[in-house]
Ligand binder design. Structure first.
Ligand code: GDP
Ligand code: CA
Length: 324
């Protein structure tokens, strides 16, 4: 079975671990990762979402934080701080730095990010094929307002430095309109048996991937069923900044509103099926009325076992909508 998954960082990576467990080693999983969060720091290319997926599936993630390396040390960061070197708000651990050094050197030698990502994954063996959404630069910026004045900041600055404390007025995807899907991306969507949207941020993770010209159309026309899992449980995200960025695009932070934001493939949207958490079972009817087959199942990724059942439910729903 060929499964293609669109994902961001932490939420998506945790889900992928359950999915891999559900389908076993024989399944062929391709992951299309968001690169709108990528940032250059001290001359190094950092790809937070790709690395979170790679470390999580490769067994190197800091489980408590959900990002960065396990048993990390921070000597380089302390040394940079001693020089007063900016930016000082981004957590660059010593082990993590090696990834960025290797990546940057390969990019500087002219290799595209997709090829570099494959090279890094040769070490981590994530058990999936990890593709960046594009080899081109796309930068997600958040328009913020302070004292009546608006400016845009890099998504990482919004999240890590400003801790998403200022209201987000809009989301700007610099370079997205000219980006081209990375090699293998459109093929992975076109040849998939199942396409899944991980429980990732709908605006700045999945939304960014869908903004790369050709990807949304590939989902709309794919032969495979497309099923998504809600990153919103109750009235907010489980973790992350979904509330702030959903508000910026005028979408309520509820599972049904996010389904509406993605839309049904029967209209101009991308979803055939949508999973909401059991506690949101009251929203199933509303989602179904918009032409999306909807089920309520437990969606808290508290451990690998529950995440594995979640993935199983997503595959079951995919089978059901295909028959519909
Ligand atoms: P990021 O790039 O690191 O922000 O990660 P993602 O975009 O992949 O995922 C962030 C989203 O994951 C947030 O909006 C959370 O609501 C969602 N998320 C995190 N943990 C869980 C969980 O246990 N269950 C569900 N359904 N969503 C989760
Ligand atoms: Ca991210």
């Amino acid at each position: 079975m060929r499964i293609t998954v669109l994902t961001g960082g932490i939420g998506g990576a945790r889900f992928l671990r359950g999915l891999r467990q559900t389908v076993g080693p024989a399944a062929d999983i391709t992951v299309i990762g968001n690169t709108g969060d990528d940032i250059d720091l001290f001359g190094l290319r950092v790809c937070p979402d790709l690395d979170t997926v790679m470390y999580t599936l490769g067994g190197g993630i800091d489980e408590t934080q959900g990002w960065g390396r396990a048993t990390e040390t921070w000597s380089a960061k302390a040394e940079l701080a001693a020089y007063g070197a900016e930016p000082d708000w981004f957590g660059l651990g010593d082990k993590d730095l090696a990834t960025h050094l290797v990546r940057t050197r390969m990019l500087a030698a002219g290799r595209p990010l997709s090829s570099v990502t494959a090279a890094l994954c040769a070490r981590w063996q994530p058990g999936v094929r990890l593709l960046p959404m594009t080899d081109d630069r796309v930068e997600t910026r958040i328009e913020v307002e302070r004292d009546g004045r608006r400016r845009t900041v890099h998504l990482q600055e919004y999240w890590v430095k400003l801790r998403a404390a200022l209201p987000a007025r809009s989301v700007v995807l610099v370079g997205a309109d000219k980006a081209v899907p990375a090699p293998g991306v459109l093929d992975a969507l076109g040849s998939a048996d199942v396409i899944l949207l991980a429980p990732s941020n709908p605006v700045v993770s999945i939304g960014t991937i869908l903004a790369v010209p050709g990807i949304r159309a590939a989902l709309a026309t794919a032969a495979a069923p497309v099923v998504g899992l809600s990153p919103i449980i109750g009235t907010g995200p489980v973790r992350g900044m979904a509330n702030q960025v959903l508000q910026a695009v005028g979408v309520a932070a509820t599972a049904s509103a996010v389904a509406g934001f993605y839309g049904s493939r029967r209209d101009t949207g991308v979803l055939d099926g949508w999973l909401v958490d059991s506690s949101d079972a009251g929203q199933v009817g509303q989602v179904a009325a918009s032409g999306i087959v909807c089920r309520a199942v437990p969606l808290w990724m508290t451990d690998v076992a529950t995440t594995t059942s979640m993935a199983q439910e997503a595959l079951l729903l995919a089978k059901e909508v295909r028959g519909a």
